[in-house]
Ligand binder design. Structure first.
Ligand SMILES: [Fe+2]
Length: 290
């Protein structure tokens, strides 16, 4: 595991995690010696039968066994915490079922919205950084923390379209969210790079303004460029600049960053290859160890 210095100067290990959505024992066999955490997305392991959505029994059985060997974290995509009309009850149905059956170290979601007036957008959009949006999200985070007695983290997402003018900068909004609720942050550094490429987002300025001691988890990933737009599709091995950025945040987090997770879509596994994924995880371990 990697080491970083804490506020009082002592060393602390940083763990490595990776996405796993079940039904790929050959991938798991390659990954397990290299990771300390497995990240599972409830919606990805769900199935629909007779118009009812439930978690796959087969994958739940797999996760119960896996939970004896490694730590598991739940990372949702369908909560839509930022939808004005309300979040998705289906997400809670799936998360309840997962947490009842599998030991999870913490759970997390994305700071965005995927539906408007109950119509699914087919994409996740970032919230306007306004007082009104902050009040709404904070109230919902507190309800989530009351419902589940587990740490809850929120992740910065890519900006598909430029930000609506708001009351806060990106970093001020995240700082206020944590200060008001006590939730943790996931910092996806590849998402920051997408925003820098697509919209000229100023990463150094953002990191100077963000309270990096609120970052508990980091995500690294890589996608492709399409018509000059860098896409958050998690289909590639990481770029060295992404890992370097993660390393910088870990160093400046003063020990709060506990894990760096390499994210990739299950659909990307055949193209990437299991050996290459294991190689990526091995490199991450080496990078964060030194
Ligand atoms: Fe992420």
């Amino acid at each position: 595991m990697a080491q970083t210095s804490t506020r009082n100067g002592t060393s602390k290990f940083v763990a490595i995690g990776a996405t796993y959505e079940g039904r790929d024992p050959r991938l798991l066999e390659r990954m397990l010696p290299l990771v300390d955490y497995i990240e599972v997305t409830p919606e990805t392991i769900a199935e629909v039968h007779d118009n009812q959505i439930t978690l796959s029994n087969e994958i739940i059985t797999e996760l119960k066994i896996l939970g004896k060997e490694t730590k598991i974290v739940a990372h949702g995509v369908g909560l839509s915490i930022g939808s004005h009309e309300g979040w998705s009850p289906t997400y809670f149905h799936l998360l309840d079922a997962l947490l009842e059956q599998v030991d999870v170290a913490w759970h997390s979601e994305h700071l965005g919205y995927t539906k408007v007036d109950d119509q699914h957008l087919g994409i996740m959009l970032a919230l306007p950084k306004t007082e009104e949006a902050l009040d709404m999200v904070c109230e919902r985070v507190i309800k989530i923390q009351e419902r589940y007695k587990l740490p809850f983290l929120l992740e910065n997402i890519v900006h598909v379209i430029p930000d609506y003018p708001g009351d806060f900068s990106e970093a001020q909004f995240l700082n206020a969210l944590v200060n008001r609720t006590g939730c943790g942050l996931i910092l996806d550094v590849y998402n920051l790079q997408c925003d820098a490429h697509n919209h000229g987002f100023d990463i150094p300025n953002f990191l100077d303004e963000l309270q990096l001691t609120n970052v508990r988890e980091l995500h690294v990933a890589c996608g492709v460029e399409h018509n000059g737009f860098l896409l958050d599709v998690h289909s590639q091995l990481t770029r060295s600049s992404t890992v370097q950025l993660a390393r910088d945040v870990v160093r400046r987090s003063e020990g709060s960053a506990e894990v760096v997770v390499y994210e990739f879509m299950p659909e990307a596994v055949p193209g990437l290859g299991r050996d290459a994924i294991a190689g990526e995880l091995g490199r991450l371990r080496l990078t964060f160890r030194n």
